[in-house]
Design a protein around this ligand. Structure first.
Ligand code: NAD
Length: 355
């Protein structure tokens, strides 16, 4: 499996270094035959190549089996004509990575303020309110007069259908429940269609229970009782916001793994951003990227019918639980270790699986 590795900005290089160590340890233990190709995106690429991402990099990623993208300082990138392209949107759009899968769960040994839970947010990833990617070219956010901005939201039946299918298929491997989160009381046409299509797709999965929750009320419900939820399917922006909340409710945004998956490509990417407030201090939690790497291995294994990739992913997830329970983790989740030291503990445990 060839994986392109792009460390990113802020805490990206620190956390990606750990994720790479973990991938290499998993490779040694499970004989995965990984080939990691290191390159740059974001500020480093802007410095070297005059653009945060380049066509050559996209070609390299297209030829690979997967991409690990570190967090990017996307807020810094304002002007595409000066090469300041949001790498996250670039790969999602160019590789048509329609499903953003964002799990959130509690772990034994960590204080679970809201009780134990294990849920996954399945977020539509290619349209919605994201003006920089929901049209073919340009931006669907327009300055009409100096005092008037119009931002357009795109919702299409095919995109609703494919994200609904991803959610129901995932639910079949879990506790067989899908919650549709929407704002159809206000966005009657767009979210109305989203719900209708989710219900239609749901009829193909009669074993899967369905409920529907309006997005604002969902914020209260998920804080009150996150254990009520299994798979949550929603449109792009709602999913972006909701999944940061569920990651933080599980203990820390630094636990939030994230896989962006399409038909032919997938990208592991932390749910969080570049965290400039803690960058370069060896305190960032690497678990988010480690979990995303495990999800990428699992995706590849399922696609190619290679069970050892799923075994490697399961082992990485088990080691995440072990390290947290043993307190061998960063301070955001109650530990005392730095990013590097947490990574070393992790690799030690993964290597110990050999015995
Ligand atoms: P952020 O997600 O970077 O940080 C929010 C809070 O969570 C901060 O207090 C941060 O210290 C903490 N945090 C984040 N990751 C952590 C980790 N691994 N371990 C411990 N604590 C962690 O959000 P922000 O500060 O609003 O954004 C910073 C930059 O990241 C902006 O440029 C933004 O546009 C960008 N961003 C990028 C992505 C992405 O690349 N996918 C996602 C979100 C934000």
């Amino acid at each position: 499996m060839k994986i392109v590795v792009l460390p990113g900005d802020g805490i990206g290089p620190e956390t990606m270094a750990v994720a790479v160590d973990v991938l290499q340890a998993a490779d040694a233990r499970f004989d995965l035959g990984l080939r990691l190709e290191h390159d740059v995106a974001g500020h480093e690429s802007l410095k070297r190549h005059g653009a945060t991402v380049t066509p050559a990099l996209l070609e390299k990623v297209r030829q690979a089996d997967g991409l690990m993208l570190g967090p990017m300082a996307t807020y810094d990138f304002k002007d595409e004509s000066r090469g300041e392209i949001n790498p996250s949107k670039f790969f999602r759009k160019c590789l048509d990575l329609h499903a953003n899968i964002r799990p959130a769960r509690t772990y034994p040994g960590m204080q679970a303020r809201l009780g134990e839970f294990d849920l996954v947010v399945v977020r539509e990833n290619t349209e919605g309110f994201y003006a920089d990617r929901n049209i073919e070219s340009g931006s669907s956010e327009m300055l009409i007069t100096p005092d008037v901005v119009v931002s357009l939201r795109r919702i299409t039946r095919p995109c609703c259908e494919r994200i609904a299918r991803s959610a129901f298929e995932l639910a079949m491997t879990r506790r067989k429940h899908v919650t549709i989160v929407h704002k159809a009381n206000v966005l009657k046409l767009g979210d109305g269609m989203f719900i209708d299509v989710c219900r239609e797709v749901g009829r193909e999965f009669p074993e899967v229970g369905i409920d529907e929750v309006i997005v604002d009320a969902m914020m209260a419900h998920v804080v009150r009782a996150p254990q009520r939820y299994d798979v949550i399917v929603t449109t792009n922006m709602f999913g972006d916001i909701l999944s940061d909340l569920t990651a933080e409710l599980s203990g820390s945004l630094g636990l939030g793994g994230s896989l962006n998956a399409g038909r032919d490509h997938a990208m592991g990417q932390a749910a969080h951003g570049s965290a400039p407030d803690i960058a370069g201090r060896n305190v960032a939690n690497p678990i988010s990227l480690i979990l995303s790497a495990a999800m990428l291995l699992n995706w590849h294994g399922q696609r190619k019918g290679l069970p050892r990739y799923a075994e490697a992913a399961a082992a990485i997830e088990a080691v995440i639980a072990q390290t947290i329970q043993a307190g061998e983790c960063t301070r955001d989740v109650g530990g005392t270790l730095g990013t590097r030291e947490a990574g070393q503990a992790f690799v030690r445990r993964l290597a110990a699986l050999r015995g």
